[in-house]
Write a protein that binds this ligand. Structure first.
Ligand code: SF4
Length: 377
């Protein structure tokens, strides 16, 4: 086996037609929401402090010890229908020891089981750390919300306790760009995520251009989540967001896969502009709209405490712990008993939609009951 995504013939290539993270696929396959995806938080350390960081409040300067990797692997092994894993932080590669002792073993486990893998990274560190993941990793997921090094400095170090030197930030920016180009040329599938927020909404075509220059194989676009550091930032109006998406679609490269996720536009909307945008996204080539996996086919495990959450960034308390429980059982109690899940548990098969992300619904549709709505097709 070559081990590189796209060149390993035993693995189905990820494509606009095949995105195993989308909970709509597992819903169709099993007839109900089923745990097929596990996200693991492997660090709370990070060399950046982004303005919009959705986990900013949980970042630390010194890490607690890991729970035994054998316990995590046992709990993954018990997940009957596991199809994907995601690894997140912090910056997961910040400590080389974490790469060697946690990340690579988890990726190897996934590859051996035929489970697809993703890691979230800022890609600003020594390339050797990322090269170690290359043989086993399916998706290197990075954030890209910048148009140049100055913009990276303003956004990426907005929440540092002491001001970061601009020159040091510029070096990290160059490193990130250079790493992306080199790793892409080695065969790594890099998916760059840009958020739509008050800073980026007018600059998405420019950001899209840079994403292509980095050799990325996919450009993801999501609204900013109003969580943690981002909670106090201005919320973009739905009108501005619609305009931003249309502008991006007008200027994008139609050869590049463009994945929109956790959007605040739904097929049940009575607003003709929402319907027009959704129609456009449904029919444009190489454009996909992913349903939100969090709490639908995925849970998040904190690899220090063993606590299980619906996502790494929402303020919803843990609803289980892998020291005592199996992940399938924890997921079952979330789906069957948790009152918050019930608020967004809708499904319209004709629209391939399984409801809004909890945070996005709270930002834009606080008083709407999606359980009483139906897609207008
Ligand atoms: S699944 Fe929910 S959010 Fe999606 S179209 Fe239907 S009612 Fe609206």
């Amino acid at each position: 086996m070559s081990g590189l995504n796209g060149t390993n013939h035993s693995l189905k290539p990820l494509s606009p037609e095949y995105d195993p993270w989308d909970p709509i696929d597992s819903l169709k396959q099993f007839g109900r929401h089923t745990l097929t995806s596990v996200e693991m938080t492997v660090t709370h350390l990070c060399n950046m402090r982004c303005e919009h960081c959705a986990v900013g409040d949980s970042l630390v300067m010194k890490e607690e010890p890991f729970l035994p990797l054998s316990l995590m692997l046992k709990r993954l092994d018990e997940v009957e229908n596991l199809q994907t894993i995601s690894i997140t932080g912090g910056e997961p590669a910040l400590m080389e020891k974490t790469v060697d002792e946690i990340i690579v073993p988890l990726l190897k486990y996934a590859r051996e089981r035929g489970v697809r893998s993703q890691i979230n990274s800022n890609l600003t560190l020594d390339i050797g750390r990322y090269e170690k993941m290359l043989p086993y990793l399916d998706v290197m997921h990075i954030s890209h919300n910048y148009t140049d090094a100055d913009n990276f400095y303003e956004v990426g170090f907005a929440n540092t306790s002491r001001p970061a030197p601009r020159a040091a930030a510029a070096r990290l920016y160059e490193k990130m760009m250079d790493n992306a180009v080199k790793l892409s040329s080695m065969g790594m599938f890099i998916s760059a995520e840009s958020m739509i927020n008050y800073r980026t909404h007018a600059k998405l075509p420019e950001i899209h251009q840079l994403v292509q220059e980095m050799g990325c194989r996919r450009h993801e676009v999501h609204p900013m989540y109003a969580s943690n550091f981002a909670a106090s930032l201005p919320v973009l109006s739905l009108e501005d967001m619609r305009v931003a998406i249309h502008r991006l679609l007008d200027h994008r490269n139609p050869e590049l896969w463009m994945l929109f996720g956790t959007l605040p536009f739904f097929a049940c909307s009575g607003n003709p502009q929402d319907q027009e945008l959704l129609r456009r996204m449904r029919t444009e080539r190489n454009v996909t709209v992913r349903n939100d996996p969090d709490g639908r086919n995925r849970v998040n495990v904190n690899m220090f405490t063993g606590n299980v959450y619906v996502t790494d960034f929402a303020d919803i308390p843990a609803f289980g712990n892998i020291h005592q429980q199996k992940l399938d059982d924890i997921f079952g109690s979330w789906i069957n008993e948790h009152p918050l899940y019930q608020t967004v548990n809708c499904h319209c098969a004709a629209a391939n939609c399984c409801g809004p992300n909890l945070l996005v619904a709270d930002m834009y549709y606080k008083h709407d009951d999606f359980k009483t709505k139906q897609a207008i097709m």
